[in-house]
Design a protein around this ligand. Structure first.
Ligand code: GDP
Length: 301
């Protein structure tokens, strides 16, 4: 149901136009496919994914001998679900059953990084985990305070230093605290200024090295947060971060704020990084583990 309400804008736009299309054409022909292609592209699905989908759809239509556009609609949901489902096994967080799990969260300012950390803390706490937060964005004014507000809201400890301090030092402190307080999961915020990409990537490397040194095998996840309302911009951010860090998963935020939820298709197909969570609102429980079937259901029902 979270998916249903969270995807309302996309559903109204996408499913609405889809319906119009079905009734406009009635008969399945080349013009129908072409207009469907345009509709999918305008929902940020991504050109190569759309081509793939249309090709599969044409094959199915032929195989099942469908003539009426009404009968095509359910086939589209089926194909979408199938495409989103690929690589399903790699979803879910890589949590250690024994000892501390460290999750590094990266992404540019404004995408919803802090909010997503707060929501993930809530999600993990609900799951019975002892969670702590590391205020590793020492650069952006307000980032530390904002994380503390989330810490209080959720009821988890936040380890911080003064603004402007060395993020690697914050991380070191946070890891020691997490170990001594026997935390299960440490969620680490990081800086997201893009003005100086090289410095930012060097800083992330340094933070990562501290983590690797202090906890062998960590970080267990490097999650990249992307703003779902920014379309191709999100894709290029993923490529930038992907080049310098081993991103293990994506958190796609603000899907409730866009009619172009099709971006998730482009991300899944073109990036080869699993989507672990989607953000569907600003409240603490508006973060959902990604599930292809629920997502597609939310789009069409
Ligand atoms: P950061 O700079 O990446 O840490 O971004 P913030 O966490 O401060 O989020 C930026 C803004 O986006 C805030 O106003 C959040 O409330 C909002 N936001 C984050 N995630 C979502 C989401 O899933 N849906 C909506 N509607 N807003 C979100």
């Amino acid at each position: 149901d979270k998916f249903k309400t969270g995807l309302e804008k996309t559903r109204e736009s996408f499913a609405g136009k889809m319906n119009e299309l079905v009734y406009k054409y009635r008969k399945v022909d080349e013009d129908f496919f072409e207009e469907l292609e345009d509709l999918l592209i305008s929902s940020d699905v991504g050109v190569s994914t759309v081509m793939d989908l249309i090709e599969q759809l044409k094959d199915e239509v032929k195989r099942r001998n469908l003539k009426d556009t009404k009968d095509v609609q359910p086939v589209i949901s089926e194909i979408l679900a199938g495409m989103l489902d690929e690589g399903e096994e790699s979803q879910g967080l890589n949590l250690q059953t024994d000892g501390l799990t460290i999750i590094l969260v990266v992404g540019v300012n404004g995408v919803g990084k802090t909010t997503s950390i707060g929501k993930m803390a809530h999600y993990l706490k609900q799951d019975g985990k002892k969670v702590m937060l590391a205020a590793g964005d020492t650069f952006r004014a307000g980032a530390i305070d904002q994380l503390e507000v989330w810490g209080e809201r959720i009821g988890v400890d936040v380890i911080k230093q003064q603004a402007g301090s060395d993020p690697a030092a914050v991380m070191y402190d946070a890891i020691q605290a997490a170990k001594s307080r026997k935390a299960d999961v440490l969620l680490c915020d990081t800086a997201g200024r893009l003005q100086n990409k090289v410095n930012l990537m060097n800083e992330l490397e340094k933070v990562k090295r501290v983590i690797e040194r202090e906890v062998p095998g960590a970080p267990h996840e490097v999650l990249l947060v992307l703003d779902g309302t920014t379309g191709q911009n999100a894709m290029s951010q993923a490529k930038t971060f992907g080049k310098s860090t081993d991103v293990t998963g994506i958190v796609l935020t603000k899907l409730d704020g866009t009619a172009k939820g099709g971006i998730i298709m482009a991300i899944k197909r073109e990036l080869d990084i699993p989507v672990k969570f989607v953000g569907l609102g600003e409240q603490k429980d508006d973060l959902q583990p990604f599930a292809a079937d629920q997502f597609v259901y939310g789009l069409f029902k």
